[in-house]
Structures are given as structure tokens and as C-alpha cells.
Write a protein that binds this ligand. Structure first.
Ligand code: OGA
Ligand code: MN
Length: 214
């Protein structure tokens, strides 16, 4: 029973993402969530949004402002205490990922926080870095998409701006495919969300270290 191709342990699933983060600064893992899990979480997102639980996303963590010219998404933070079963299952899956990252990368991740994000048609998030100037605990950014049947022509790509050794820059584009997980270094990697021709859904979060703020 040593057939590697049949090995679905967390190690074999997560290893390429970790490798990507360490060597390129980002990793992409398709099917982190199954189509059924994506559908259940998207249904819950819509129910919570219709119940008025979402707010326009703000920028900054000190002087917090809503700037539609910078980002147009609406968000809702997940709260373990009030999480529905499928949300708890998602957080548990993330916990498993965090455990694996800690065993292999020694980043000292202690905590994580996630919010739903809904980008209404035509909205975007201009190029930015996720880490706050006054709080460096965000180590890895994780985005998990909740869209069904997303097509290239729908737009909504995540663009990652990767610095090259010669000082130039390379752009990598990822479509927000349902179940896909994208993970990158929060303090290093600038990125941008392009507008889409349909609503764009995700669970977005940060894996954080403990310790002092700076
Ligand atoms: C963010 C972000 C990227 C995406 O919420 O900070 O950059 O693809 N999201 O949704
Ligand atoms: Mn971001």
C-alpha cells in the first residue's frame, strides 16, 4: 500500500502549495473544497448577505475608510461562535492546512481570521499589499473561491505581481474558480482583483503569527 499516486494525505495534497510559496512566493491548490462544499458555502453567503450581515469593505486598520475607487467588495467576518456547520468545517480544513504549514515551514502560525467577500458585478480591488503597516502578524494570505462555472470571459482575475531577480516584474493571473485556494506571502506580494461581469464570491483570510504588533 505504498502507491504514491493514491496518497491523499494532507502531506501529498498541500506539499505543492507550500513548495510554491517557498520558491515563488505563492501557491495555488485546486479542489481544496469540493463542488458540493462550494455550493453550500455560497448558499450560506447569500443567505447572510440577504439578512443584511455584510458591510462594504474598508481599507486600513487605524483610519478605516470605505473607498469604492480602491475596493468595492462587501464582507462578513466568520465568527467561530456563530458559525454554521459548513463554516465550521471550512475553518477546520484551514486548521489542518495551518498545522501542515507549521510542520513544514516553521512560520510559527498561531491564529487565523477569515471573511466572506462578495464583489458585485463590475467591482474590483486595486493593486495592494495585505499586511498593515502597524501590524505585521499577517504572514500568509489565503483566498478560497466560491464560484460555480466561472469562465475566462467572466473576468475577475486575481493578478499577482511577482518580483523577478533582475528587478523587473512578472504578472500571474488566476481565475476565481470554485474550490480553488490561492496562498501567498502577505508582506511581500502585491496583487489586484480585476472587475468581473458577474458576482464574485470568496472566503478570504490571513494566517497570523502571535507576538507583538510590529
Ligand atoms: C483581499 C484580496 C483577492 C481575491 O481581499 O485582500 O486581495 O482574489 N482578495 O479576492
Ligand atoms: Mn489583498
Amino acid at each position: 500500500m505504498n502507491d504514491q499516486s493514491n496518497d491523499l494525505s494532507p502531506e501529498s495534497i498541500y506539499e505543492p502549495v507550500i513548495d510554491g510559496i517557498l520558491t515563488e512566493g505563492y501557491g495555488i491548490l485546486d479542489n481544496f473544497l469540493s463542488p458540493a462544499e462550494v455550493a453550500t458555502l455560497a448558499t450560506r453567503l447569500h443567505a447572510r448577505r440577504e439578512a443584511g450581515q455584510f458591510r462594504p469593505a474598508a481599507i486600513g486598520n487605524q483610519q478605516v475608510t470605505v473607498e469604492k475607487a480602491i475596493r468595492g467588495d462587501e464582507i462578513l467576518w466568520l465568527d467561530e461562535a456563530t458559525a454554521a456547520p459548513e463554516e465550521q468545517a471550512f475553518l477546520q480544513r484551514i486548521g489542518q492546512f495551518v498545522q501542515y504549514v507549521n510542520q513544514t515551514c516553521y512560520l510559527g502560525l498561531r491564529d487565523y481570521e477569515f471573511h466572506y467577500a462578495c464583489y458585485p458585478t463590475g467591482t474590483f480591488y486595486k493593486r495592494h499589499l495585505d499586511r498593515f503597516r502597524s501590524d505585521s502578524r499577517r504572514k500568509l494570505s489565503v483566498i478560497c473561491y466560491l464560484n460555480t462555472d466561472w469562465q475566462e470571459s467572466d473576468g475577475g482575475q486575481l493578478a499577482l505581481y511577482l518580483p523577478d531577480a533582475d528587478g523587473s516584474e512578472r504578472q500571474v493571473m488566476a481565475l476565481p474558480l470554485g474550490g480553488r485556494l490561492v496562498c501567498f506571502d502577505s508582506g511581500q506580494l502585491e496583487h489586484e482583483v480585476f472587475p468581473a461581469t458577474r458576482e464574485r464570491l470568496s472566503l478570504t483570510g490571513w494566517l497570523k503569527t502571535g507576538g507583538p504588533l510590529i
